[in-house]
Design a protein around this ligand. Structure first.
Ligand SMILES: C[S@+](CC[C@H](N)C(=O)[O-])C[C@H]1O[C@@H](n2cnc3c(N)ncnc32)[C@H](O)[C@@H]1O
Length: 351
């Protein structure tokens, strides 16, 4: 597919794929009748050409359109757009086109918030501009959004980068007023949360499930790995690549989504899990995900609005660190633009 580039080192016969994704999420200020789902599939296909990937499957719930891509996933809802792409894709190159479509086709002209994040790449120098370094990514994002703030969390090799808009004093009050003026009420102040688990160096026996040699199709891999049991009530759209690799989106009636992407090659094994499912504690979900994939190392991030049950994730992650199988190597907490963010890095004990 357009963005797929396996780097083959003939001496070691090492086939490398960059599983680490770039993740961009844009929230638009609510406007009556505006809806990003007015953007047509053909228009999205044109946008994704800029990113160097393609749509390979589609499913939807009442609240969200979910696309499986040749390199990960895209989710489109009324005022939230999420694009997550791996390999040598260039998601930030399409932001201008998306902002234009949001305005001209969907009726959204004001951005409320932006989150761009990624883990450190396994091979940063193999990325295409602006993704070859975080400074260039920030420079491009600032050229669109102006008031950005960049964070780097964790130790150098395992660090996690984040760009978001500056916290503005009184933003939430101002927003609330604005929404009342346009007759939307306070629906944008609904609780929101996202958990991401970025796993590397995984159990080869588990990774083997995500090969065509071991599984006849995606549904078989989904069942054999237990992915279908991670979050109940998800309608699953899954895809098994040839000869290996796996992607899935899940959507639920309540508007929740989950997405999992798997690079099983032993020399660069990587799995990402993401969901906006709400939970008072993420311990049980985290434990199920870790039991399914058995990584040696993982980063977990939790974003939550203060009114979300997930806002207390810091205490939970601390508690989780005492479970014994993994030791917490690093943990950080940030508060900005109406969100709490927790980052933690874990390694199998003893590492
Ligand atoms: C798209 S998937 C999931 C990547 C994801 N970001 C992750 O978490 O690892 C990538 C896996 O599929 C494999 N693959 C096979 N054919 C592919 C294709 N045409 N496009 C993208 N990946 C492909 C890659 O080698 C890799 O193992």
């Amino acid at each position: 597919m357009a963005g797929t580039e396996m780097i083959s080192n003939s001496e070691s016969n090492d086939k490398f794929f960059e599983g680490v994704e770039k993740l961009i999420e844009i929230w638009f200020t609510p406007v009556k009748h505006a809806d990003l789902r007015k953007i047509t599939r053909q228009q999205w296909e044109n946008v994704l050409k800029i990113v160097r990937c393609e749509i390979i499957s589609f499913t939807q719930s009442e609240q969200v359109d979910a696309y499986v891509l040749s390199e990960s996933s895209m989710f489109v809802s009324r005022r939230r757009w999420i694009l997550k792409t791996c390999g040598k894709t260039t998601p930030l190159r399409c932001v201008r086109a998306v902002l234009q479509l949001a305005q001209e086709t969907a009726g959204h002209s004001r951005v409320q918030n932006v989150f761009y994040s990624r883990r450190e790449f396994a091979r940063p120098t193999a990325q295409l501009k602006p993704h070859d370094n975080f400074d260039s990514e920030v420079e491009l994002l600032d050229s669109f959004f102006g008031d950005g703030r960049a964070y780097i969390m964790g130790p150098e090799k395992d660090c996690w980068y984040l760009y978001t808009l500056l916290p503005l004093e009184g933003t939430v009050d101002a927003l609330e007023k604005e929404q009342q003026n346009v007759g939307i009420g306070c629906e944008s102040l609904e609780p929101d949360q996202t958990i991401e688990i970025l796993m590397s160096d995984l159990d080869p026996a588990v990774m083997d499930i995500f090969t065509r040699a071991a599984s006849a199709n995606a549904a078989e891999a989904t069942r054999a790995s237990g992915i279908d049991k991670l979050i109940p009530g998800m309608v699953i759209d899954d895809y098994l690549f040839d000869p290996c690799g796996y992607s899935m989106n899940g959507v639920a009636k309540d508007g929740c989504y989950m997405t999992i992407h798997i690079t099983p090659e032993p020399q660069c094994s990587y799995v990402s899990f993401e969901s906006n499912v709400s939970a008072a504690s993420y311990d049980a979900l985290l434990a199920r995900v870790l039991a399914a994939f058995r990584p040696n190392k993982f980063i977990v991030t939790v974003f939550a609005t203060p009114n979300s049950p997930g806002a207390d994730a810091s205490r939970q992650l601390k508690k989780f660190s005492s479970l014994g199988t993994y030791s917490q190597k690093d943990a950080q907490h940030c508060r900005f633009s109406g969100y709490e963010l927790h980052y933690a890095l874990y390694c199998k004990f003893p590492s």
